[in-house]
Design a protein around this ligand. Sequence first.
Ligand code: BG6
Length: 503
Amino acid sequence: MSAAADENPLAEGLRLRRRPDPCILVIFGASGDLTEKKLMPALYALAFRHLLPEHFGIVGAARTEETDDEFRERMKQAVKDHARDEFKDEIWEPLAEGMRYSTLDFADDKGEDALVETLTKLDAERQTQGNRVYYFAVPPSAIATLVAEIAERRSAEGWIRLIIEKPFGHDLESARALTAEINEHFTESEVFRIDHYLGKETVQNMLALRFANGIFEPIWNRQFIDHVQITVAESIGIEGRAGYYESAGAVRDIFQNHLLQLVAITAMEPPIDFTADSVRNEKVKVLKSLHTPGPKHVVRGQYGRGFVEGEEVRAYREEEGVAAGSETDTFVAAKLFVDNWRWADTPFYVRMGKRLARRETTIAIQFKRAPHPPFEDGAAEGLRPNVLLIHVQPNEGISLAIGAKVPGQGMTIRTVHMDFLYGGAFREGLPDAYERLILDAMLGDATLFTRSDEIEEQWALVDAMVAMWQRDKTSFPNYAAGTWGPAAADELVHKDGRSWRRH
Ligand code: BG6
């Protein structure tokens, strides 16, 4: 246990999790950004806390030619650049000893054979007992072939788990086809579709907030809540990922997965327990009850030139690899309705986009106004309705806006905030979502992964939106980088007599 946890009574009991079985983690797509920026730093953080299996190995696989040593060197640099903990040789060396690299052309059987050979050897050296976690950080089109190859070469010994990065398919049809192809060889309990937002501490804390406290559930419904606002704003652009982003757009990159999962977590009924199926059964009910928004309830955007955090930035259409007349969306806002008993007629205003004014992911639960403020005219002029604001990132925490009397003579009421900040209460840095999720997959716990029926519901909604956009074109660019999106996104809320939360 770290010193901080020792001193902090709130952190007690934090490290009582079971250690996973011995295994090898195979990363397909090991030459990509995700491996360097997220996966390797997460593995290092797990090693740092002694949470990895005692017998463990990592095999990177990708098309790029690389030796074991070059791979280790690249990963070492990735840890130095991106890990949240200081670099320590005594943590790195044992991890690096179990690292191998295998060049693999996804269409070529030879590469597969070499990979199997590497794995068999490593099994013997590291005593990993044939257990495998395969991480697919590759485009959806490469997954089916790899899965079939893995199944074909499956040995009798050990278990297999497949972690599949988003996007899972490109639309409902391709997602269904991919599920069918995987199901030919593996059961749902062996498949872990990752949506890293579910691994974020603050997103899990939404479940704690709602279901570990008696005071919120009774008012968590249409009778007390006026509306919900969910914002996933990023100040970054597409960061050199034009190849992927041009065919995905904001709607497939974040709306289809992260954003709809935040809606599901906010709106779901209490599960009977915290097992994978109970939690996912409740989430899928929300996704099923989402009403497809009509054209007047959806806004699409694409950024033009502008200034972000004081720096001049290019328009989306000027980014490298993006077509000059690209119709790809970088912003989506929508007014959604969860058509069920709890939420009928309560709008969920959601918005997400790249190159917005700043990075901010929040869930705001806006309560109805007090029915009859008994104060003199003007006393409560500056008072806003109660808002419970979940800061998913950055400045992770929760804040409740309440009306309070301004000290002094008379009765003047203003809005003040009761704040809980993770940094203040728990004093330790938050783990990255990937740490939690990689470990959960090794432990076989799928609670924080999305099930195929959830993915399908998410695609059904997105497909309907995309079909609508093909009929009604929007002229792009329609917002300047560094702003909060197109004017139409403001109108979407204003015409209901509401406004987006103040920034
Ligand atoms: C990824 C998207 O899933 O999430 C990226 O592909 C996006 O485009 C990223 O930048 C945001 O993740 P986070 O954890 O930084 O909010």
